[in-house]
Design a protein around this ligand. Structure first.
Ligand code: GLC
Length: 771
């Protein structure tokens, strides 16, 4: 088989909104999506429908280009794409002419059979971050990866591929950066200089077009904003899903589910969510309940609701082959299942035994699937956990003969889980009539954030896996997935009590805080670890609930800008070498201002790298200068967590679940600093879509140290805050003993922090606090 190269340009033509460049073997189509986003699609199949699972935007109608003797220049306000004619090669520059990303001169885009590869210039100092759920280091330089959604049961800390595909990375070099998203759902490959003697990087796929989007904004936050503009952002999650979630494979009977929920309430350990894993079903048949062990699901769920718990149930794609089973009969009748090329339904074995697999690529199948959720929503389920949707079948080697309609499985495998999550989300949203469903999926592709949260699959109960999980969460955040979690405690194996404590401490700072474990492992609930450890875990969960006003506001940011909750330090400190060092690469910012340093369970001291700025240890208010490594105590009771100077963090008193009204006091914590800072405080009813019609409460809070001023701007929106009183809690304001609130003098209490309380809710005006 010969390698084919692009060759020289034969013709250039502008067609509605795109530039079409032809060479002997292929056509390149250039589109501009925004001043900072340019798409290059190199195709051998120009007549095919231009379809994407990920992209929800359209290119701009028109754009200008300039043709010179040796090249073509396509320019936007921010970028310049230089297209050399002989041979056809692409180079992306900033408008000022700084090179961001380019084809490797010798090879550019090539084919071997249907496999298409783009060979890229590798800059000597180039780092790479991204690709979502991928093992290895934060800086992916020197690593290579495959995208092929896989049921990676028992995976180690080096296993690749895992469950999800996000062919989007950010390159950082020469004080510059760019994003590159190859939108292609075939099996794909990325090599960041790993196997080329650092001569080049390369990526490509087993089929389809060399179809990539280049992002040229010059901050990671803006690249993420652009990427999530292109592929969509998450909607506001139900508030209850941000509380503590208790899962297990499986709570085997309704009584057990209720007992566990009741124990949380008895022990006053806050929690919001219980799960039913596969054993609630009748013979693992999706959309059924086991008549013996879950005989009256509504009664169970009513009881859970009376305890302020929400129930999430698992649904897998495999439909059991069994005459008389509704989903099987309907699916057969309507030909809803994946087939072989001759039309026979594909059969694979999963939990229920022999199964067919719905073709989620079809809208009618998605609608059918969506409607079936009534079997779960009627008794009161509000959360839907989509598992095994890589898709998984025992043996793990589904033949490439499998088809979805006319589409061979290998072309779209990486988007199957996403389409299942889409069907689940759309269906549940319709049935829940205005309530926000919670969806959790294991397999995903770019754009899944529009439908679902994700977790990182079957991890294991050891320290290195806990640290890996944090990197996966941080890295998923670089691909638009803001609502992410890991199995706290490790799915497989037996965590030590110390590991369980550590992992829960970290869980409080994980977007989705879910404890889950495998069927053959000891129970993992917070009270299984001895009284002393239970007390620590309880405190960490309580802390999670105290932070919810900050966390919910963080989700609002994610829904507006795509900036995730868990942020690798590479987002804000992109050019600081230390954040990429293996020793510090797991550290992250949770929201704008909380730096968390994961620590393994066998250490009680930790080296923490504090980036530029001033920092305070959360537990002591002790101050530290940034740009240094500090060695700090890290007992099990006190994970190293640091607050950025000038931070604005709204908190609340401990509540037992998000349904509890609480004491009505918003605790506004501010840590002194020298830099001005702002925070968007956001609240809504936490459960409906009314916020999309203006029913929210949003208030900009700003801190201006130079003017000694804290300003709460006029609230926006028509929702009334549930908080009626505001407690201001000042940290590091040592010489301040009184302040004025809208010109009225107030004395400060001094206990741990300097505090001052005032009535808040009815103040629709601006509030100015001077000290
Ligand atoms: C898969 C899931 C796991 C679940 C189990 C049983 O292994 O990843 O979370 O508990 O199946 O449904």
């Amino acid at each position: 088989m010969q390698t084919e190269f692009l060759g020289d340009i034969q013709s250039i033509e502008k067609q509605n909104g795109k530039l079409v460049i032809k060479t002997a073997p292929a056509e390149a189509h250039i589109y501009i999506y925004s001043p900072t986003i340019i798409r290059v699609n190199i195709t051998k199949n120009a007549s095919a429908v231009d379809h994407s699972f990920a992209v929800i935007q359209q290119p701009a109608d028109n754009f200008e280009y300039r043709e010179l003797s040796d090249r073509i220049e396509v320019s936007t306000a921010a970028l310049k794409l230089i297209i050399s004619k002989s041979p056809l090669r692409f180079s992306l520059y900033t408008a000022e002419g700084k090179l961001l990303s380019a084809d490797e001169k010798r090879f550019g885009t090539t084919w071997r059979g249907s496999q298409v590869i783009s060979y890229r210039k590798l800059f000597p100092d180039e780092r790479f971050i991204g690709l979502g759920e991928k093992v290895g280091n934060l800086d992916r330089r020197g690593s290579s990866y495959t995208n092929w959604n896989t049921d990676a049961a028992e995976h180690g800390i080096d296993t690749d591929p895992l469950y999800k595909t996000f062919p989007f990375y950010i390159g950082i070099h020469s004080g510059l950066m760019y994003g590159l998203f190859m939108d292609n759902t075939h099996k794909s490959y990325f090599d960041f200089g790993a196997t080329t003697d650092n001569e080049m990087s390369w990526f490509g796929a087993d089929g389809g077009d060399m179809n990539y989007y280049l992002f040229g904004a010059q901050s990671i936050a803006e690249i993420l904003e652009d990427y999530t503009w292109l592929t969509g952002r998450m909607e506001m999650p139900p508030l209850w899903s941000l509380g503590y979630q208790q899962c297990r494979w499986s709570y085997m009977r309704a009584d057990e589910v209720l007992d566990i929920a009741q124990t949380f309430r008895d022990k006053k350990i806050p929690a919001d969510v219980m799960y039913c894993d596969i054993d609630y079903m009748d013979g693992y048949k999706i959309f059924t309940w086991d008549p013996k062990t879950f005989p009256k699901p509504k009664r169970m769920i009513d009881k859970l609701k009376a305890m302020d718990f929400h129930l999430v149930t698992i649904v897998d794609p495999g439909i059991k082959i069994e005459k008389g089973y509704k989903q099987y009969d309907e699916g057969i009748k309507k030909n809803y299942f994946a087939t072989y090329p001759n039309g026979d339904n594909f059969i694979g074995e999963v939990w229920p035994g022999r199964c067919h697999f719905p073709d989620f690529f079809r809208q009618d199948v998605r609608e059918w699937w969506g409607t079936a959720f009534k079997a779960l929503t009627n008794p009161g389920v509000e959360g839907f956990w989509n598992d095994m949707n890589e898709p998984a079948a025992w043996g793990q080697n589904i033949p490439s003969l499998m088809q979805f309609g006319d589409i061979p499985m290998p072309e779209v495998r990486n988007a199957y889980g996403m389409q299942m999550a889409r069907a689940t989300y759309d269906g549940a949203k319709k049935i829940l009539k205005g309530k926000r469903p919670f969806v959790l999926t294991r397999a995903a592709y770019c754009g899944t954030q529009r439908y679902s949260s994700v977790w990182t699959g079957d991890n294991s109960a050891y320290d290195a896996h806990m640290l890996l999980g944090q990197r996966l969460v941080n890295s998923l955040g670089l691909t638009g997935m803001a609502f992410t979690g890991v199995d706290i405690g490790g799915f497989s194996g037996d965590p030590t009590p110390e590991l369980m404590v550590r992992w829960n401490s970290l869980g409080a700072y994980t977007p989705m805080f879910r404890n889950h474990a495998r069927i053959d492992t000891p129970h993992r609930e917070p009270w299984r670890w001895g009284a002393k450890n239970e007390a620590i875990i309880k405190k960490d969960i309580e802390h999670r609930y105290q932070l919810l006003p900050y966390i919910y506001s963080g989700f609002y940011t994610a829904s507006q800008t795509g900036l995730p909750l868990s942020r690798t330090l590479a987002i804000d400190y992109t050019f600081d070498d230390n954040v990429y060092k293996t020793k510090y690469q797991n550290q992250f910012l949770f929201g704008d201002s909380i730096l968390v340093a994961p620590v393994i369970s066998t250490e009680t001291k930790a080296d923490v790298y504090l980036p530029k700025g001033e920092w305070y240890r959360l537990s002591s208010d002790k101050q530290f200068d940034g740009e240094q490594v500090v060695n700090v105590p890290a007992p099990l009771t006190d994970l190293p967590v640091f607050i950025k100077a000038s931070a604005i963090i709204p908190m609340q008193s401990i509540i037992q679940s998000t349904a509890e009204a609480g004491d009505g006091i918003l605790q506004l914590h501010i840590w002194n600093g020298t830099q001005a800072n702002g925070f968007i405080y956001y609240e809504d009813d936490g459960s409906t879509y009314d916020y999309q019609n203006g029913q929210y409460y949003k208030r900009a809070i700003r801190f201006y140290p130079a003017q000694k001023l804290i300003n709460l701007d006029i609230p926006e929106g028509t929702f009334n805050s549930k908080f009626t009183q505001l407690n201001l809690m000042l940290h590091g304001f040592d010489n301040v003993n009184s302040l004025t609130i809208n010109n009225t003098e107030v004395k400060l209490n001094t206990r741990s922090a300097k505090t001052s309380s005032f009535v808040f809710n009815n103040i629709k005006d601006e509030i100015n606090i001077r000290y």
